[in-house]
Design a protein around this ligand. Sequence first.
Ligand code: B12
Length: 250
Amino acid sequence: MTNSSIIGPYGDTLGDGQVQLSFTLPAPHGPKAEEAAKQLLARMGFKDVRVAVSRDIGGGFTFFVAYGRTSQTVNLDEVTVDPVLELEALGMHEVDDLLAGEFERPIVVVGACIGSDAHTVGIDAILNMKGFAGDYGLERYHMFDAHNLGAQVEPEELIRRAVELDASAILVSQVVTQKDAHIHQLARLVELLEAEGLRDRFLLIAGGPYISNALAKELGYDAGFGRGAKPSHVATWIARRMIEEERTAD
Ligand code: B12
């Protein structure tokens, strides 16, 4: 590889194409399962396939860690990312100052983990005072009035509370993706808001480890935040969007 913007995976030396993979096969542990794993990787296009770990995980299933070599590369110069991921977060005081310069009252935000999903840690990380990874949550900001409804909140209840509190933004967390549960739940909330003629009343933000801004927008949300999102990113996004909308309305 001569052009440094064209990159591929490596293990020992740049350009060797080495990849580590882990997966499970529904086959009883043994030489036959291992051979099946190698053939599968060869069919995926990997060369010099080696199985490093092969473990019986019970019930006729085997877990593998394997290595293979690929000649595939990607040109970094042609890679673009969603603007939300490149958004430079302001500090808490900067966001507060920005909002205080434009609004008289704190911005009300209501968050919940909806449907059957019981994973509260993500929405807590964004909203709760102590925040996440050294980044304070929205409850700590002077210019946010944050309400965290917790887990397993029905979308109807979330909407009811958002209306009651006269919220500007609804924040939804979805972690479980089994059988596309996250898609169904997120879509249901949008459908309900639309049916009640309330969709345009709120900024609608989705988040979770498997949520991207693109997926959220596809589902009718204004923004989506994924793995590693920090409260200051979300706060900055809301502040800028609220100010933009306020100025457009004037
Ligand atoms: C803790 C945990 C639990 C706890 C949850 C406790 C609680 N109060 O939250 C308990 C034990 C209850 C649990 C239960 C289950 N869990 Co669980 N759990 C986890 C675990 C270990 C950690 C999740 C976590 O806390 N992450 C830390 C937070 C900070 O990260 P985060 O959620 O990604 O949030 C960040 C971003 O995504 C984003 N974000 C998240 N939400 C939002 C919302 C907004 C608005 C914004 C802007 C951003 C945002 O910001 C956050 C900070 O960066 C994960 C595995 C893992 N290591 O991730 C499995 C995991 C999520 N669980 C899983 C499963 C399958 C389950 C169960 C179905 C297991 C079972 N068979 O019973 C049940 C489901 C229960 C239910 N009804 O939901 C799977 C999900 C697989 C999938 N994709 O569907 C995982 C990935 C484990 C696995 N590898 O299989 N679980």
